[in-house]
Design a protein. Sequence first.
Length: 628
Amino acid sequence: MDLPGAYSVAILAVLCSAIMRPFAAAQNGGPLAVRIACGSTADSIANETGYVWSKDFGFSGGKGAPTKAVNGIATHLNSLRYFDSLDGPQNCYNISVPSGHYLTRFFFTFGETDNAGQEPVFELSLEGTLVYSLAPGWSSYDDNHYGDSLLHITDGSATVCFHRSSHGNPAIGSIEILQLYVDAYNLGSSANLNVIMRTIKRVTAGAAESGYGSRMHADAWGGDRYWATDRTLFAPGSPTTMLHTNANISNFGNPPNIYPEAIYQTATTTGPLSILSYSISVPSNQNYSIWLHFAEIEPGVIAPGMRVFDVKVNDDYLFHAVDIVKMAGAPFRALILNKTIPVASNTLKLSFIPLVGSVSVNAFEVFQIIPREYATLDDNVWALQAIKQSQDLPTRLGWNGDPCVPPVHPWIGVKCSFESVVGAWFVSSLALDQQGVRGQLGDGWVGLNHLQSLNLSNNILDGVIPSSFGNLTILTSLDLSHNRLNGQIPASLGQLSNLKQLLLNDNLLSGEVPPELGALPIRGAVLNVANNPDLCGVGIRSCTKAYVKLGLMISLVVGLCVLAAGIIFLWRKRKANSRGAQRLPRDAPYAKARTTFVRDVQMARNVLQNHFSRPAPAYTEATPLNPY
Ligand SMILES: *[C@@H]1O[C@H](CO)[C@@H](O)[C@H](O)[C@H]1NC(C)=O
Ligand SMILES: *[C@@H]1O[C@H](CO)[C@@H](O)[C@H](O)[C@H]1NC(C)=O
Ligand SMILES: *[C@@H]1O[C@H](CO)[C@@H](O)[C@H](O)[C@H]1NC(C)=O
Ligand SMILES: *[C@@H]1O[C@H](CO)[C@@H](O)[C@H](O)[C@H]1NC(C)=O
Ligand SMILES: *[C@@H]1O[C@H](CO)[C@@H](O)[C@H](O)[C@H]1NC(C)=O
Ligand SMILES: *[C@@H]1O[C@H](CO)[C@@H](O)[C@H](O)[C@H]1NC(C)=O
Ligand SMILES: *[C@@H]1O[C@H](CO)[C@@H](O)[C@H](O)[C@H]1NC(C)=O
């Protein structure tokens, strides 16, 4: 294919990738390959490989920034994505991929915008399992900028999460998700489904330089594995010899692992009867899977029995009496041996000990076998996701990825327990007090069916307490105090027979505390419903029963009516009287009596006036006296 042709295919691939992301890179029935240029806003094609690098997508937050370091995987990439404290402690990439077996590869980097030029220290998990812990000083070693791991994805998406740990903002330069044959690196039965194989070292012995599968003309189903030369593993002046051949190797590229031919065309050997060993730093007390690659390429060694050696890891035998020509069946024919062993120390020393002739090795791979975490119960995850949405939880909580795993990085406020019968984690406690949680509580909370303790105090929740909270049957502590919850307390809370504390104080609840809750104080549990202005009942001021209230209301109304009728009657009557007094003749009996009374008073006043020389008010007929 001519160059313009290659470019138009590549450009077509980019266009397709824009439409078909994230399955963009699965070409011609080949393996799926998702390559993400983190922080990049445009798709691009790598010069060296022709691979399409997608612009950044699938992330939960963070920001793009330039990086100064050369991305050793695709040198044209010059950006990264980082997650600062406003994004919360946990951020993820969630990339839809079909179920299958994948090699995931990362390029770790940092820069000025993201970390002020200071190396960040953080952790990375795959599918909830902690796989990388970048230790202080990691950036001083080229090797530590790369990481690849093999894992099965069974839930339809690859979840890669970055966890803040000691200092700095997690940052990432590139992410690749490259499909392998489903049975690649098979450890027997279904062991691979339950582990992640983290590559510690993948070495092409005797090669002049390191390189990717693409440069070795490897089959794409090999996941573009990176093979490091073993030159850097030796102290200068070590008595090793590099072997190299241009001859074809047979039996080298078989599925499912399909190794490139090039790794068998070089080898490292030593002088006769001298031991060859590689010391590799590893996490201690872990299991390691070791894959050894041989092909007899030394011209003089053509028959069985001419080169025989043992292989040891630290003090343990890995393989006894390896005879390459005998075991492979011929010279220039590939032989692969694998074994998984526990390593107690933090150095894995791989030694080749000669028995006959000298030793020779073409390539080797060392994987740490990391048992996978169990996931959190689906209904718990859905419930928390729903809560995150409906309660508008702040981004700084960083509620991304799995709520409970890795167990060292649960979501903020979430405490989990492991249910070994079900084989899943569940949320046992949720504390979101003083987190600015807003909105109304919905029925979604019921999904937290293993919740024992819930603290939502000191937030700005409003609306009513859903009666479905009565379904959180194993709750022992429910604190909804200091919010703006209103309406009645649902009687269903009385079903929570395990409650030891029910704190609903300082809200706007109204009506009567359900009598069902009266049992709480009786069995020694704490019930606090204080400071709800319109609430009455158990524990606070007593309520008058409704029918009594109605009765009182009716009597009050009736009383008022009677009173009003009385007043009207008397007022009318008195008005009639005063009019009558003016109209009636003086000799009318009532008028006469009144006149007499007035006169008597006047006489009395005159007497008093005489006594005290004080003018008495002048009473006249026009100023009626109070008849009562
Ligand atoms: C690709 O390679 C050519 C020539 O080697 C170079 O001029 C060009 O800048 C490269 N492009 C990228 C994207 O690296
Ligand atoms: C190696 O095999 C290829 C075909 O796979 C063939 O074209 C080439 O001639 C062979 N080289 C040697 C040295 O036999
Ligand atoms: C190593 O493998 C053994 C046997 O499969 C297993 O019992 C043990 O738990 C593993 N150790 C680690 C640290 O994974
Ligand atoms: C790995 O080794 C086991 C025996 O220890 C063997 O059964 C299996 O076939 C080997 N796997 C491959 C891919 O060679
Ligand atoms: C990843 O995305 C899929 C849908 O694209 C979603 O169903 C799944 O819950 C997400 N996983 C996580 C851990 O966010
Ligand atoms: C809930 O959180 C508040 C702090 O906001 C704390 O004072 C209270 O004791 C907690 N409630 C329970 C039941 O622990
Ligand atoms: C609560 O439980 C009752 C009875 O068990 C059930 O009918 C109802 O659907 C549940 N409510 C929710 C929201 O799950």
